[in-house]
Design a protein around this ligand. Structure first.
Ligand code: ADP
Ligand code: MG
Length: 187
């Protein structure tokens, strides 16, 4: 199916590996909210796009993640560009739109019968946001799902994915799609 793909839903508990094992938090949402009918048509792999996050309900206040600021892996020029794009956060009460990098992949927790969607938002958050609503506009595909023998190799690739996502989203045709009203329409 053509881009943008749209996916929205509530942030749920995942496998619990993102932050603790990899140092890169990924907000999980159910794949059932995908805009295309049979989501079987959507390839597993790594994608990038924009994420609209509903205002935090503050019902789930967890301690801040020690290491959630993986945004800092981006080259400094790119960080500046992206934060400039994200500057107009005057709309924080309505929610906010952030750059994201995500994967669709088979979830070992469910014996690989269910695919999971995991979204790394390229922004530093002071608290968790389980239960928040997330509207995703998926704009491009980076690579297929791979099997890793080493955790370090996996982390290295995720950092590259994040850099590639940032660089793509900073380009004008993608940057302007941050204004898609859908991203801030929460039910
Ligand atoms: P889980 O397995 O439950 O998804 P993770 O260790 O992957 O746990 O952490 C994900 C959670 O961390 C998200 O649901 C969200 O509440 C929080 N979080 C904090 N910062 C970020 C971020 N930059 N990107 C994604 N999730 C984040
Ligand atoms: Mg996760």
């Amino acid at each position: 199916p053509p881009f943008p793909l749209k996916l929205d839903g509530k942030v749920i508990k995942g496998f619990g590996r993102g932050s603790s094992e990899l140092g890169i938090p990924t907000a999980n949402i159910p794949i059932s909210g995908l805009s295309v009918g049979g989501h079987e048509d959507v390839d597993s792999g790594v994608y990038y796009g924009w994420a609209g996050l509903s205002p935090s309900k503050a019902t789930h206040q967890h301690p801040p993640h020690a290491q959630s600021d993986k945004y800092s892996h981006l080259s400094s020029g790119l960080q500046e560009t992206l934060s400039a794009i994200a500057k107009d956060d005057s709309e924080l009460e309505k929610g906010a739109v952030y750059p994201m990098c995500m994967s669709i992949g088979w979830n070992p927790f469910y014996k690989n019968t269910v695919r999971s969607v995991e979204v790394h938002i390229m922004h530093h958050f002071e608290t968790d946001f389980y239960g928040s609503h997330m509207n995703l506009s998926i704009l491009g595909f980076i690579r297929k799902e791979l099997d890793y023998v080493s955790k370090d190799k996996l982390i290295e690739d995720i950092k590259t994915d994040i850099e590639v996502s940032g660089r793509s989203l900073a380009r004008e045709p993608y940057a302007k799609l941050r204004k898609d009203p859908y991203l801030l329409e929460f039910e």
